[in-house]
Design a protein around this ligand. Structure first.
Ligand code: NOJ
Length: 440
């Protein structure tokens, strides 16, 4: 079998990266609003104050999604819009925006996938310790309850966290992302555990308020790809090994506690003296059944990854390309976790601009997607349970510390006029959707 008949072809975005309206309708600043104000943090000195102004253009954007044939749309909710103080009073106006967005999507038969946390923590909570404060799991549960109480009747797919490795790794080790800290291993382990417990409490809340909804988590993954002397089994073992000091980047650090109910043993042994206290109650919460795992895949790794031949293709943002990354990401995850999988992000940043003919020609993106999707198809043909694919991104947007220079969109955004132009690849992707991938 190739792609299943009900395969969900979609695209993804995240609140801070596209919405703008940074201080409207009661929204409080997020850690990213504050981070952008610190000189030197963002490569082009930009911020998310306007971004693509999706907050005011959402109807036009959803209409475009429908025209381009999308079956699903993954977006995130900004916690500081919903609960500006981080915990406590719910801001109905903030919820209203997402409620209207959901209705608009459903009007066109586009299935909404909601990510609860895509990095824009209310700044007030950072002042209380952010992910280091164990109370954060209660605050996250409260926020989740507000969201699911509002949308549970209409939104049936939830992702608790987007790429916890990245918001802890870049935000709390390398300081290249908000909040810009450099934690030691002890603090990281604690923050990681708090994220796990927060995930568990959110799953519990979703089950209670929307029992028919599906819930999962999205991980950033860079699969090891067998090649040369490395067979699939060795690639698998290396891929899922989990040690100090790089544990935060390991998929088994994130998914093993959720799926198997325990942290990777090697890591626990290496960090015996500094591992946070983990109770049975915590582990029960963390390991509640989830319905799917989301994988964000842009790159892979070969064992000889650091010796790639001169001239190896790489993207505008400087990432090497790996045609078989989706294939092996899915195969390895299927072998280890046995859960349904969504590719919740995959895409490429290119040097896109509006040509003299008024169009945006992006042949590299078409070729990149074609190659990667062939790999995904191979995994599906191999029997892996892949349910959907979300291209990153629906439109060009704020690429975190890199600002607006990288363009990952299937739709071009002119940041001066806010005009949207579907790129050539968007029409190509439309055909992929129409043929359910048979043209790949
Ligand atoms: C993963 C993140 O989830 C998303 O926010 C980011 O823009 C893309 N990768 C591209 O770097």
């Amino acid at each position: 079998m190739s792609f299943r008949k009900d395969f969900l072809w979609g695209a993804a975005t995240a609140s801070f990266q596209i919405e703008g309206a940074w201080n409207e309708d009661g929204k409080s600043p997020s850690i990213w609003d504050v981070f952008c104000e610190e000189p030197g943090r963002i490569e082009d000195g930009s911020d998310g104050k306007i971004a693509c102004d999706h907050y005011h253009h959402y109807k036009e954007d959803v209409k475009l999604m429908a025209e381009l044939g999308l079956k699903a749309y993954r977006f995130s909710i900004a916690w500081p819009r919903v609960i500006p103080d981080g915990c406590g009073a719910v801001n109905e106006k903030g919820l209203e925006f997402y409620s209207n967005l959901v209705d608009e999507l459903l009007k066109y038969n586009i299935t909404p996938f909601v990510t609860l946390y895509h990095w824009d923590l209310p700044y007030v909570l950072q002042s209380k310790g952010g992910w280091l404060n164990p109370e954060i799991s209660d605050w996250f549960e409260e926020y989740t309850r507000a969201v699911v109480a509002k949308f549970g009747d209409r939104v049936k797919n939830y992702i608790t966290f987007n790429e916890p490795s990245v918001f802890l790794g870049c935000g709390h080790i390398s300081a290249s992302h908000a909040p810009g800290f450099k934690y030691g291993t002890r603090e990281l382990l604690l923050a990681g555990h708090n994220v796990h417990v927060a995930h568990g409490k959110a799953v519990r809340a979703i089950r209670e308020l929307a029992p028919d909804a599906k819930v999962g988590i999205t991980l950033a993954t860079m699969p090891r790809i067998p090649n040369g002397d490395m067979d699939a089994a060795t690639a698998y073992d290396i891929y899922f090994s989990c040690h100090k000091p790089y544990f935060i980047w390991s998929d088994s650090y994130w998914a093993d506690p959720i799926v198997f109910g325990k942290y990777p043993e090697d890591l626990v042994n290496e960090c015996k003296d500094i591992f946070p206290k983990v109770t049975d109650e915590d582990m029960k919460l963390i390991s509640q059944k989830i319905d799917f795992i989301g994988e964000n895949i842009y790159q892979g790794r070969y064992e000889d990854g650091y010796n790639r031949p001169r001239g190896t293709p790489h993207t505008e943002i400087g990432w090497d390309t790996y045609d078989r990354a989706l294939e092996w990401g899915v195969k390895h995850f299927t072998k280890r976790f046995g859960l349904p999988i969504y590719i919740t992000e995959n895409g490429i940043s290119c040097h896109d601009w509006e040509s003299l003919d008024g169009k945006v020609h992006d042949p590299n993106r078409i070729d990149f997607l074609h190659r990667y999707l062939r790999g995904l198809k191979a995994a599906a043909e191999d029997g892996c349970d892949v349910r959907g694919y979300f291209q990153w991104s629906f439109m060009d947007n704020f690429e975190w510390a890199k600002g607006y220079n990288p363009r990952f969109g299937m739709v071009f955004c002119d940041y001066n006029t806010l005009k949207r132009i579907p790129k050539d690849s968007a029409y190509w992707y439309k055909e992929v959707i129409e043929t359910n991938g048979e043209n790949l």
